[in-house]
Design a protein around this ligand. Structure first.
Ligand SMILES: Cc1ncc(C[n+]2csc(CCOP(=O)(O)OP(=O)(O)O)c2C)c(N)n1
Ligand code: SF4
Length: 288
């Protein structure tokens, strides 16, 4: 095994995270440092894109290219970046509110297009930054700052949604399990296609400091004989009440958006070029 030229510490910036003490996002950040180091990823060949939220502050703490963009807009920016520079390792990160509420539409299109990026969702089942309103992943019935009599909505299951939308790699991790999450991040980054990793990352401030303990008690590793290519089998693990199953839920191989575009470019080569301005004017605005 060759030694990485970069230790996890080499990916740290001078900025100190401003998350609340005990926030699950600290552990997610640690997993990012370790995954980048383990994969020998060059900082100048990497970009981490986020939206807005507590979790979306993450790119500022990692010594790669990064962009803390607009709420819900991590995925379109990451898509554009990957298309413009296909050799770049592009990661998108952010919260469940960012990715499933305002950014839900972009989630659909990045997944179905199979954009070759890894998307790490830090899922705390709440809007953390804006002080504890219900998010799409907040369980039905839960009391939050915006649902004081209980959440009346049916919540979204991010992994089931990702599978349905066409993501070609779907996994689930728990922030407190740094080793396990690091391994899942590495697999997601190495996957050729849209890799969605839902990381359950407790918000101690708005979901209560007991959340971490409760989640840890439910942790279960995905069975070794789980067939990752079986969508139906994968869906059985996404919405359990008793357990929080972590691991790779689903994986398939299909061409990415860049692969498809390269193929179209090759097919178009040698064919007649598209009409120029003169030709268009001749057809649509003939001289009288
Ligand atoms: C267009 C727009 N709408 C709303 C907001 C306010 N806003 C900022 S972050 C956020 C939700 C954050 O929740 P989440 O994405 O789950 O991240 P967390 O803070 O929990 O990590 C909202 C509603 C905004 N910044 N921009
Ligand atoms: S409000 Fe919640 S998500 Fe935001 S930093 Fe604090 S614990 Fe983390």
């Amino acid at each position: 095994m060759t030694c990485s030229p970069y230790s996890p510490n080499d990916y740290k910036t001078d900025l100190k995270p401003v998350w609340c003490p005990g926030c699950g996002d600290f552990a997610v950040l640690n997993s990012v440092y370790r995954a980048l180091s383990d994969l020998h990823i060059e900082p100048h060949q990497t970009a981490i894109i986020s939206g807005i939220g507590c979790s979306s502050r993450l790119p500022g703490y990692v010594e790669t290219y990064g962009f803390n963009s607009l709420h819900g807009r991590a995925l379109p920016l990451a898509t554009g970046m990957k298309l413009a520079a296909p050799n770049l390792t592009v990661l998108a990160v952010g919260g469940d509110g960012d990715g499933l509420a305002i950014g839900g539409n972009h989630f659909m299109h990045a997944a179905r297009r199979n954009v070759d990026i890894a998307y790490f969702m830090m899922d705390n089942e709440i809007y953390g930054l804006t002080k504890g309103q219900a998010a799409p992943t907040t369980p039905s019935g839960d009391r939050t700052k915006s649902t004081i009599y209980g959440n009346p909505e049916v919540s979204v299951d991010p992994c089931a949604l990702a599978i349905a939308l066409g993501a070609s790699w779907v996994g689930r991790g728990f922030s407190g399990d740094v080793k396990g999450t690091t391994e899942l991040m590495k697999l997601a980054i190495q996957h050729h296609g849209f890799a969605f990793l839902n990381i359950i990352s407790p918000c101690v401030t708005w979901r209560g400091d007991h959340q971490t303990k409760e989640l840890r008690a439910k942790l279960a590793a995905i069975p070794a004989d789980h067939d990752v290519t079986d969508r139906t089998a994968a869906l059985r693990f996404t919405s359990e009440d008793e357990h929080l199953t972590t691991g790779v839920l689903y994986e398939t191989q299909r061409p990415t958006l860049v692969d498809e575009m390269m193929e179209i470019r090759d097919r178009a080569a040698g064919q007649a070029p598209p009409p120029g301005r003169e030709e268009i004017l001749r057809v649509f605005a003939p001289a009288r």
